[in-house]
Write a protein that binds this ligand. Sequence first.
Ligand code: XMP
Length: 476
Amino acid sequence: MHIPLALTYDDVLIVPRRSSLESRSEADTKTRLTKKINLNIPIITANMDTVTGSDMAIAIARMGGIGILHRFMSIEDNVEEVRKVKRTQNLIIQYPYTIDPDKTVAEAKTYAEETGVTGLLVANGDNRLQGILSRRDFIFANEDDKKVSDIMTPREKLIVGNAHTTFDEAKTLFAQYKVEKLPLVDDDNHIVGLITSDDIKLIIEYPQANRDSNGRLIVGAAVGVHGDYIERAQELKKAGADVLVIDIAHGHSDIMFNAIKKLRDAIGDIQLIAGNIATAKAAQELCEAGVDAIKVGVGPGSICITRLVTGCGMPQLTAIMEASRVARQYDVPVIADGGISKSGDIVKALGAGADSVMLGSMFAGTKESPGVVMHKDGKRYKVLRGSASFTQSHTRKTVGLENKKLKDVVPEGVESLVPYKGPAEDIVNQLVGGLRSGMSYTNSHTIAELQKNVEFVRISSAGLKESGTHDVQTLT
Ligand code: XMP
């Protein structure tokens, strides 16, 4: 029997080329997540319950990537997580919260608290603008039983725009009149939207952010293939999720193809990512099943013991090369998922044919990852848990294993501690900096050029040793 060789990141290096890039900033990191969704940086945070909740999804989308919310929670909580990301910033809030002028100040305060907004538009029953209850109106309102109309800033004193007001016009109005909210009205004074100075500030502060057509951050969400997954997918789509990831350990399986068909029938046109797989054949069949991106990686993850438990898997570089060779023919983007522990691995993954990379452990332990900071021996840590770990399988209702007995669970992941790392933004900056340098070493202005220009060499264990720091004691 012929046994072919399969390789992973540490088995290879990329041969440097003469470069025409004068600075790393000339390297353009834009890429495709799916057939219809673009990213400004090729980085996705993994749908693990210790990696991506709404805080992480917000942070990574602002930096130009995307987060995929995990699914180990109720459908209601999952929907709320999507909404949180979508509410974080807008260009135009299409349906701003309003309050009736006859309500009391106390009711207005409660409503503002419930909705989490700092000011409310005041409108009567037919949605005509009557005024604004601004942050300042609230601060000075000390009589709770007064009516909203008694303390609001009335319509005639308001600066307003209309449905055609642009980002630049709004910016100018905010600067000129020092207001915080710009209601948009039609010729009959009906409210048609709202622009806030906070949203404008965020758009300026995060020029790289990935936004949908309404200026809201983009976000993905994972679904499984058992139980409530159809209803979950429908609700997530309704809440505004831009992409769904059908995520199972062995994505080249009948249950996956069945789930793809059922999801397409139930929710139609949403961007669908499917995985995980590790072969050309699996890539071909998923592409033919009509998915919009495929996720590659069987067993490379940091917390993953699939290969040890099952004897199955594929070293990640070979898996990416095989899958992307086929996926390219179908114009389906490839996500390299798992096993990335340094920025050089991202350059190798993209060079091998992936369009983007998904990371778990590198974003675990950051300020935005779900979970509390723990202290041990004077150091700070957070938990990183495999989605198929023993704890996950037994504490979460949505894994599909809730009826199994303890002895019947065969975990394929572990639970671990990772050092606390601070803001995710710092990690992204290091990773993207490394990627840009790697693109410069290969004379690549774009990721497409990187894929064309990459020439790998296999290295020995001595070469690998030489690649890391050696024969010195590092200070940091
Ligand atoms: P890294 O290496 O970035 O990998 O931490 C993240 C990816 O690992 C996968 N994952 C698992 N794989 N058992 C597995 O075999 C597990 O329990 C498990 N949990 C996560 C997943 O693809 C993730 O994106």
